[in-house]
Design a binder for this molecule. Structure first.
Ligand SMILES: NC(=O)c1ccc[n+]([C@@H]2O[C@H](COP(=O)([O-])OP(=O)(O)OC[C@H]3O[C@@H](n4cnc5c(N)ncnc54)[C@H](O)[C@@H]3O)[C@@H](O)[C@H]2O)c1
Length: 250
């Protein structure tokens, strides 16, 4: 089994608890990146506490200088990155009239430009190695309509960035995919949404961060080498049934 230096952005977040753990269990080295250095440290410590290999790095994915120095630090401390999981993201619960151009652009900056910048920074190392795995954490909100347009637009952009990069990575040994979670048991999800899950999600249950981690770990594996450009829903079937329901349920 190939073990990979796997860079995970937003690694201190709720969903990454499950992603970091599953990646480490698969034998990969987890490079925990977060805007908040304490969160990054805590995430790396949790992986090491479970017997895995992890390093912590503080970086803001919206800052080009941070992303460039992140690559230098990673190369010095660990070596070349072979896999990227872009999980850093924010949900701004503003409808159209509450937004202005600046607040809208902030969400796009973190959720869409950030993943672009990280991929752009590390791409050449993966191309040189003739191998790489990229997983973008998008959302079902990038596929369906959604009440919060900055989030929906950013995730739709991220899913389509994923597909579009197939051209850049043609024949390079690099695969690039998106995972699109539905309602996951993290602090990002408010109680009102949790309460509606049994009636609105065909499986009747909230998705656990570990399930997202298991899917991401599979995408990093050799068995997933032909999965490329996919937008994988992991939502208990919510997207497929969405149109039958009142959109207020999200
Ligand atoms: N929770 C859900 O139900 C759900 C559903 C679908 C998609 N998602 C997506 O999954 C990802 C993780 O979500 P979560 O629930 O763990 O959120 P979270 O808020 O718990 O974690 C996000 C992490 O990203 C970090 N971050 C924010 N801005 C950053 C920046 N500029 N640079 C670096 N790090 C930054 C935060 O410090 C935080 O640790 C997000 O992209 C989110 O949009 C979540």
């Amino acid at each position: 089994m190939r073990t990979l230096n796997t860079l995970i952005t937003g690694a201190g977040g709720g969903m990454c608890r499950g992603i970091n753990r599953r990646i480490a269990e698969a034998g990969h080295t987890v490079l925990c990146v977060d805007l908040d250095s304490e969160r990054a440290e805590a995430a790396a410590a949790a992986v090491r506490g479970d017997g895995g290999k992890a390093f912590a790095f503080a970086a803001d994915v919206t800052r080009a200088d941070d992303v460039a120095s992140l690559r230098r630090e990673v190369l010095e401390q660990v070596g070349p990155v072979q896999a990227i999981v872009n999980a850093a993201g924010v949900l701004d619960r503003k409808m159209l009239l509450d937004h202005d151009a600046e607040s809208f652009a902030t969400v796009l900056g973190i959720n869409l430009v950030g993943p672009f910048a990280v991929i752009r920074e590390f791409a050449q190392d993966m191309i040189d190695a003739n191998f790489g795995r990229i997983v973008n954490v998008s959302s079902i909100a990038g596929t369906t309509g959604y009440p919060y347009p900055s989030y929906a637009a950013s995730k739709a952009g991220l899913s389509n960035l994923t597909r579009s990069l197939l051209m850049d990575f043609w024949g390079t040994g690099i695969t690039v995919n998106s995972v699109c979670p539905g309602v996951v048991d993290t602090p990002m999800v408010i109680q009102e949404v949790r309460d509606q899950v049994p009636n609105k999600v065909p499986t009747g249950r909230i998705v656990e961060p570990e399930e997202i981690g298991a899917l991401v770990a599979f995408l990093l594996s050799d068995d997933a080498r032909s999965i490329n450009g996919a937008d994988l829903m992991i939502d208990g079937g919510a997207t497929q049934i969405f149109r039958l329901f009142d959109p207020q349920h999200v």
